[in-house]
Design a protein around this ligand. Structure first.
Ligand code: AMP
Length: 220
């Protein structure tokens, strides 16, 4: 198949979706859509939509489905940024979003859903330590492995900060929400015969990336 793949990355916050999505987008020449990045950018711009989303995000709650779907439908419209291949990172996050996505996919469904599996105790540790570049959220550091000068991204010069929702309270709230609202999506894809692969998200970034590529290449 020559078409660019349509991928969904599922997994807990801190499982490595952002890191892998950036690499997969480059590898397969596809668009990367992180709904979290999109909302954060709108929040910074101070748009009405962004400020509304920020209230939910700062508490560690999900942005309501109707707001999320409005954005996604625009991206997936013919000629939109996701008209061809893509990797979705942080979307869908509820069963209702997964169902709505099927409808807006214009008859060409998702090629593969990759579930990056990392135990909760490990992601709590990763999220508490995480530091991100404000320019490129895929440029990720940690408290113990900061950029060379401590606060400037080695790759792009952006400021490296701790996310406002990476506090212990918000982390636990987000992970509880994941268990309640996002985990059931796996059953949804399984029962709709979409290729769903669980990949061990532990190990070096390169190793996890190689596992993702093997899984994708096997279905293309
Ligand atoms: P992320 O960067 O993917 O961890 O997302 C950060 C925050 O953005 C989440 O905790 C939610 O508040 C919000 N968010 C991102 N994607 C979605 C989505 N698909 N549905 C609802 N809320 C979302």
């Amino acid at each position: 198949m020559n078409l660019r793949p349509r991928l969904v990355l599922l997994g807990k916050q801190g499982a490595g979706k952002g890191t892998q999505a950036v690499r997969l987008a480059a590898q397969y020449d596809i668009a990367h859509l992180s709904t979290g990045d999109l909302f954060r950018a709108q929040g910074k711009l101070g748009t009405e939509f962004g400020l509304k989303a920020k209230q939910y995000m700062d508490n560690g709650d999900l942005v309501p489905d109707e707001i999320v779907m409005g954005v996604i439908e625009e991206c997936l419209a013919p000629g939109g940024t996701l008209a061809e291949g893509f990797v979705l990172d942080g979307f869908p996050r509820t069963r209702a979003q997964a169902e709505a996505l099927e409808i807006v996919l214009d008859g060409r469904p998702i090629d593969i859903v990759i579930h990056l599996d990392v135990p909760r105790a490990i992601v709590v540790e990763r999220l508490s330590e995480r530091r991100v570049c404000v320019k490129n959220s895929g440029h990720i550091y940690s408290f113990s492995k900061p950029p060379a000068d401590g606060h400037t991204c080695d790759k792009c010069g952006g400021e490296v900060v701790q996310r406002e929702d990476d506090t212990p309270e918000a982390i636990n709230r987000r992970l509880d929400t994941y268990e309640r609202d996002t985990r059931p999506i796996r059953e949804f894809y399984g029962s709709n015969d979409r290729p769903l692969v669980t990949i061990d998200g532990l190990g070096e970034t390169d190793e996890v990336f190689a596992r993702c590529c093997d899984a994708i290449d096997a279905v293309l």
